[in-house]
Design a protein around this ligand. Structure first.
Ligand code: TXA
Ligand code: MG
Length: 345
């Protein structure tokens, strides 16, 4: 059965907390355990142990060609896992670690082949969440961890989301409350020149370029005729049960679309912001994902709101869109996947 360990992320000496120690013991016994990071909850297992990694794929229903991220807590662990850390990659680590940045480097072959899906590279991330750090240190292991959701669902930002998707399928959940950033880490390939962003996330392109100069975007992220370089980006993801549409023209256009639905028997949802939430009285369900003037709040709430729509029994969702600067790039990437690319002009 799935155990639940409640932990206060602000408590002192977390590494020796009995709950953390119990979770760490599960990890070293080869079991899999969900835990909070500053981005989303992860589903962790011993990165060096094929059986643990297989359990992760199985619990999530994840295709085996989609490699996992190794979570570490010290630079020593990075050097054990990667053959070389080039100077620009080192600069990124010094600037953004611990934090929401995942760096792809050549692998030493120290982690399980199942974890890297047979690739010669490995993706590494040092999370900043105190519970994640304590758990990694207490286990003494590099921890393989994808987001702790069923494959295809929005990533979990609360322990309840993990319970909903994975209860009975994993050894336990460390509940450290809501995560902070709310969207996953940025994935950058440090083996190319210039480096390539494979997944926009918690660290923005602007932040990266300030430190290492120009970075490229994986063309596969936006071009339907080209496969993304991160295997995970090609899969359907984040989709609510209702059919979702993005409406870049904004509020007035959404009001028109909602009014038009009054002639149908479909239940209509609107995904909006605090600034506009009073403006859709004709919609059946109106949910806000934060303040338009504070994009960080939108990132923080986004996945919980997408999950919330599933319990509201709507047939169609019209969503506002956001500027693709800063964290907005990650927000729009997740929203367009949730909408399976559907846009209404
Ligand atoms: O914020 C996060 O990154 C969260 C938390 C738990 O740390 N983790 C997460 O993992 O989002 P996951 O497995 O859901 O997404 C990892 C992405 C996938 O798209 C995967 O294909 C890509 O990173 N990836 C991992 N290793 C790779 C590699 N060696 N080459 C290319 N893409 C890789
Ligand atoms: Mg994921």
């Amino acid at each position: 059965e799935t155990q639940l360990w409640r932990v206060d992320p602000e408590a002192a000496d977390l590494e020796n907390d009995p709950q953390i120690k119990a979770a760490a013991k599960c990890l070293s016994d080869g079991e899999i355990v969900a835990f909070p990071t500053e981005t989303v909850y992860g589903l962790g297992g011993n990165a060096k142990f094929n059986d643990s990694v297989r359990k992760i794929y199985e619990a999530k229903g994840r295709p085996s060609d989609n490699p996992l991220i190794v979570h570490i807590a010290t630079m020593e662990q990075v050097r054990e896992i990667c053959t070389e850390i080039n100077p620009l990659a080192k600069k990124l680590m010094d600037t953004f670690w611990p934090g929401p940045l995942t760096i792809i480097l050549p692998s030493r072959g120290e982690v399980s082949d199942a974890m890297t899906a047979g690739l010669s590279t490995v993706s590494v991330r040092m999370p900043s969440h105190p519970v994640a750090r304590a758990l990694i240190l207490a286990s003494g292991l590099p921890i393989a961890a994808p987001s702790a959701n069923t494959s295809g669902h929005p990533s979990p930002t609360q322990a309840d989301h993990v319970l909903h998707d994975l209860y009975g399928k994993i050894a336990g959940i460390v509940d450290g409350g809501e995560t902070g950033v709310g969207v996953e880490s940025t994935v950058i390939d440090a083996t190319t020149t210039p480096m390539t962003i494979l997944r926009p996330g918690g660290i923005s392109r602007e932040q990266l370029e300030e430190v290492i100069g120009p970075v490229a975007d994986d063309p596969g992220l936006t071009r339907p005729d080209q496969a993304p370089k991160a295997p995970g980006m090609k899969y359907k993801h984040y989709a609510p049960e209702a059919t979702m549409y993005l409406v870049p023209a904004g509020k007035t256009r959404i009001q028109e679309l909602v009014a038009h639905e009054k002639n149908s028997d479909r239940r209509v949802g609107v995904l909006t912001t605090e600034e506009n939430k009073k403006d859709f009285p004709q919609a059946d369900v109106v949910l806000t994902c934060g303040r338009r003037s504070e994009p960080e709040s939108v990132a923080h709430n986004l996945f919980a709101v997408l999950r919330n729509f599933d319990s509201q029994d709507v047939d169609v969702i019209y969503s506002e869109t956001f500027a693709e600067t800063g964290i907005g790039q990650a927000i729009m990437n997740r929203l367009s996947k949730a909408a399976a690319g559907r846009v209404i002009e």
